[in-house]
Design a binder for this molecule. Structure first.
Ligand code: NAP
Length: 243
């Protein structure tokens, strides 16, 4: 059975991914940092459809907690075969010269260091192969000027991680790929960027004329974790409406 850990699985893209994966037969570890109720709601929805899931609290920027997340997932659900490196944070959009030290450190700690901790733990444990999907952003190639270039830089680092790990871990049967979402309707914009209406402001300017839904990103993630993607590694799927 496929056993997949989704960090940031309690809300937004991560929650949609948990539901998709459970429907595809994965046992899912729903990682969350603070919102236990939201994580429990995802687990309940999966259970209501006869799926298997467990909510596990984790601060991904803490290596010890990441190790505990993987250990608990393996103990409760079985050997871990998949990781969706989805937990991520932004900071209030604004001019680069006004960037706050703590905001910068947090973005790098969660989006880069935390994702690397999770990938390292996955690589250590996936002794019979597996698959990792890094949830980056279209920002990695657009740069996010006047909004958050430091966030864009953190996601570009994640893309480099995909490249290196796909080559280093391929011989061990571990596939590593990236999904780059564009602007998606989630709480991220209100809680992180400080502009809840950002998807409505920017969506219409994209070639497809709208922002995306979490499940449209989850579909790409689930495909990369499926056997249909068995020869795909080091790839990037952009889910950004043409941006
Ligand atoms: P979201 O709605 O803000 O949800 C974030 C999730 O990450 C929550 O489950 C949160 O858990 C968890 N999380 C945050 N910091 C964490 C940490 N340090 N340790 C563990 N979990 C943590 O975000 P989203 O929009 O779904 O974004 C998911 C990913 O897609 C992120 O990596 C983001 O950068 C990327 N992305 C989003 C968009 C977009 O437009 N929404 C576009 C491109 C890329 P709690 O709620 O429990 O705190």
């Amino acid at each position: 059975m496929k056993v997949t850990i989704v960090t940031g699985g309690s809300r937004g893209i991560g929650a949609a991914t948990c539901l998709r994966l459970a429907a595809a037969g994965h046992a899912v570890a729903v990682g969350y940092r603070s919102d236990a109720d939201a994580a429990a709601a995802v687990v309940d929805e999966i259970a209501a459809s006869s799926g298997t899931a467990r909510a596990i609290a984790v601060e991904t920027a803490d290596a010890a907690q990441v190790s505990k997340l993987f250990a608990e997932a393996a103990e409760v659900l079985g050997p871990v075969t998949g990781l969706v490196n989805n937990a991520g944070v932004g900071s209030r959009i604004g001019r680069f010269v006004d960037l706050d030290d703590e905001d910068l450190r947090r973005v790098v700690e969660v989006n880069v260091v935390g994702a690397i901790f999770c990938a390292r733990e996955a690589a250590r444990r996936m002794t019979s192969g597996g698959a990792i999907v890094n949830v980056s952003s279209a920002a990695a190639t657009l740069g996010s000027p006047f909004e958050y270039p430091h966030y864009a830089a953190s996601k570009a680092a994640l893309d480099a991680l995909t490249l290196g790990l796909s080559k280093e871990l391929g011989p061990s049967g571990i596939r590593v790929n990236t999904v780059q979402p564009g602007i998606i309707y989630t709480d991220f914009h209100g809680t992180q960027s400080g502009e809840a209406g950002r998807p409505d402001r920017l969506g219409p300017g994209s070639p497809l004329g709208r922002a995306g839904q979490p499940d449209e990103v989850a579909a790409a993630i689930a495909w990369l974790l499926s056997d249909d993607a068995s020869y795909v590694t080091g790839a990037t799927i952009r889910v950004a409406g043409g941006r």
